[in-house]
Design a protein around this ligand. Sequence first.
Ligand code: SAH
Length: 246
Amino acid sequence: MQDVKIDIEYLKNLFIKGLIHLGIEPDEHKIYQFFTYLEILKEWNKKMNLTGIKNPEDIIIKHFLDSLTCTKIYRFFKGERVIDIGTGAGFPGIPVKVYFPEINLTLLEANKKKSDFLKYIKSALKLDRVEILWGRAEEYGRKAGYRNGYDVVLSRAVSELRILIELCLPLLRKEGVFIALKGKEIGEEIEKAENAISILGGKVVGVNKIILPFINQVRNLVIIEKEKCTPIRYPRGIGIPKKRPL
Ligand code: SAH
């Protein structure tokens, strides 16, 4: 019992230090929500392959803090419509929502079991104004009410940038921003995405390098603004953006 308590204290301190490192103010209620999330992730991970990262320390650093890096470079505001494409177990969307509860968040996930997990988390963390969509970006990018429907699109670890552009930009309103959470090597990926960015109506407005605390790993946040409307023929059908990248 004692060990478990020490462990939780250690993990909480680690999280708090990480938040401070990222310039985010620790908040008791929010930290409590994150630890509820951690417990449920651990439980569900025993039943299904929810995330490859299973160790609590890694979940805190590589999922929670990593997801929150985007709050360092973008100021989310009240009522903003934000969608996380291919959110998996909720990253980066849920950490962002916990820190900015006043946003309207949509989580889009193609895997049914993961979308069930997201519904469970939504209710366990008592999150309101969170919509969970089970489906594909190619499908929602063509649907009325979703296409051009968001101020901000977020996405992490779904695919390479040139494919992501076709999945994400159709959902953005004109002048909205797409934030891609990426790893260390990004230069070549951006170059290869130039064609897709120009076809879909985007423009790279920033590439922000951030060092993840404790593990000193480099992350790059690529910010793409939607300058022009996306031509009606995009996104192409399910699976095509990946099979035949622009
Ligand atoms: N963003 C999460 C999950 C990454 S794994 C994280 O960073 O931890 C990629 C996830 O994207 C998977 O859960 C997969 O089901 C989902 N996905 C892949 N292609 C998709 C598409 N076209 N539309 C919606 N979800 C998709």
